[in-house]
Write a protein that binds this ligand. Sequence first.
Ligand code: FES
Length: 337
Amino acid sequence: MSTNLKIRCLPVEMAFEAAADESILAAALRAGVMLPHSCKTGLCGTCRVRVVDGHVDFNTAKARGLSPHDRAEGDVLLCQTRAVSDVTLACNIVEETRDVPVRRIAAHVVGVDPLSEDVRRIRLALPEGETFGFVAGQHMNVVMSGGVRRCVSLANAPSGGDAGLEMHLRNYGGVLSKYVFESIKDGDLVRMEGPLGTFVLRGGSDRPLLFVAGGTGFSPVKSMIETLIEQRSSRPMSLYWGGRRPPDLYLHELAGHWHDHVGLDYVPVVSDGEPEDAWQGRTGFVHQAVMDDFDDLSGHDVYVCGAPPMVEAARRDFIGARKLPPRQFFADAFHPS
Ligand code: FES
């Protein structure tokens, strides 16, 4: 018999139930409680919390994102932890997402734009009269036939959410890519669940912002930057956008426009350019370009989105060698399914 155990999150009074055979993170997300997370595999450390009361089964073998010191202090990674009794946790609730309901919606395709050979922009319209709220940086689960779900970031600012939604998709060859690159057409109905995720623009800070994106990791960053522009934010902003070749920076001109019109410091970086690209800009890995340009990141808020190796290198080096406090590092690593 499976018994549901009660999980309490402090300091806010928030509670949800978890079965003994599921991770506490999975139970939280199922209940619509948006606890910070990214990789769900024990690597990134984003879902770290402290167990205040109760007993848990923590799979330490898979918890590479937790230092021995933090483990000794009683911290666990929720994606690798199951409840054994009722449990109380000291959680990092993401305030910005607390009151944003997760919903099932269906939207019509109103445009598909090729942004490069292997990136498409999908524009979706909600049914007339329908509204949809999200926080800049969040993503949706696109529900394919057979219930297969694929996670895609929202690329527009939330203020445009009532008018429509924008998504950027790279061709990874999976079921969603196959649909988007081979058969999608205007008028198609796309079913989704969301908004999801805790990689969101955080309020309550006036520190300069540093955004680091790899490839289509630009998509949630675009949502955040457009939100800040709409809010007429006076916070200094830098964007480092990396790709293998210049076409991977598929909205290079838009980022250049931000540079010219709102003072965003835009640094495009190419790692594997070919002679025919005639690339004149920075070369190498994007996180290394940041390391080369900043001696000290302690006064910044840093948002990083891209492939797991880039995100992990940024986390390690910005925090370890550039004095970035861990609480000022926000990241989302996407894993192609
Ligand atoms: Fe749990 Fe990454 S370690 S989400």
